[in-house]
Design a protein around this ligand. Sequence first.
Ligand code: FAD
Length: 407
Amino acid sequence: MQNVDITIVGAGSAGLTLAALLAPLNLSIVVLEQGGAPRQQAATYQRVSALNLASQRLLSHIGAWPAIASSAAAYSQMQVWDADSFARIAFDAQTEGVAALGHICDNEQIRLALYQQLQKQTNVRFEFNCNINSLVQSERDVLVNFNQQQLLLSRLLVGADGVNSAVRRSMQLPLTHWDYEQQAIVATITSTVAHDNVARQVFLPSGPLALLPLPAPNQCSIVWSCAPERAAQLLALDNNGFNQALTAASNSVLGVLQLQTAPQAFGLKMRYASSWLRGRTVLVADAAHSIHPLAGQGMNLGLMDVAALAELITQAVADGNDFSEPRLLRRYERWRKAEAQTLIAAMEVFKRGFSNSQPLLKLVRAVGMSGINNLPWLKSQIIAQALGNSGDLPKLARPTARYGAVV
Ligand SMILES: Cc1cc2nc3c(=O)[nH]c(=O)nc-3n(C[C@H](O)[C@H](O)[C@H](O)COP(=O)(O)OP(=O)(O)OC[C@H]3O[C@@H](n4cnc5c(N)ncnc54)[C@H](O)[C@@H]3O)c2cc1C
């Protein structure tokens, strides 16, 4: 049997970022991942995430940001409009005093950059293609049985194993969930009009369509959320039919749009674990909560979870305290639950508000959006939240001087 300080289950963006943040503490850390190691390859943009400035600062601190940024696209403007009314709102980096509002990053490149940083650490070990057989909690430790025969005794176990978390299930942590009754169609597309580094999102009565700029001037990643029946219809179309439907849905804002990769659909569910810890086991990121991708905040939220947990653990180690004591884990849970609940509620307002064609509601949202667009102070408050420049941020993610000045 091996004894370690911390076991992290899941080598996604959250698990790897946590390992990188904890590595300088010289604790022994093992990362258990059911899949293979991130592979050295060029960005495919099959799955992308809009990372905000708070995430950028965190990943810069770890040293992973330059490699991530080398294949990412910075966006300097955001345009959001309602297909059903005159409502529109726009944000730009210059007005907010930042170099960019965020970056569209390839998810696999994020993992690769983090993994490469971690390979420099002798106290972090990986077990890829790992199959967890059981988790047993005692008062002071957690025992992991994996790959049939191997036993690992940890002072702390972190479930960073995504939406279908086996850690969450094994610890019987209750989950609240509801179906957004939408699927997100994701693909890379080309456009006849250059995107000009603008992230665009149109709210259609059937759901939002995001056009996220990629490094090539005429290439975007789309996230098109709609009812499962509509998604099935769209996916059944040939490329020509899909391209026509997509171009029409986008109001031809970037001219004619054409698929470059086969569209993939993801079911969308809100998930929220009502308890994030049991004994010496704690959940982070998608294992604890998942939200609608319409505001591009899921990964940002998860990265702030692990930054918060790492901050509390670092402080406990510095003070010579027990870093896995339930009191500390509860503090982490209280801190991050408040942020997750706020975003879950905001996504609900957006999703319900924009998928309703009732005339009065249409008028209210049109007046509301246009009103906000003409109120610079209120607009700045909203954008500061989206950029990750406000809220109860972990120290490493806070803006230091001015927005975006750190990196
Ligand atoms: C369509 C779509 C668009 C999105 N766009 C954005 C965006 O623009 N911006 C943004 O911030 N967020 C976005 N998100 C959300 C974002 O993708 C997720 O929040 C983020 O990837 C979650 O990271 P994670 O590390 O928690 O989980 P994951 O990335 O799911 O990683 C979990 C890891 O755990 C491993 N694992 C699972 N089970 C086990 C097990 N039993 N044993 C060992 N390992 C295991 C998995 O193999 C995986 O490597 C989007 C989501 C969707 C669906």
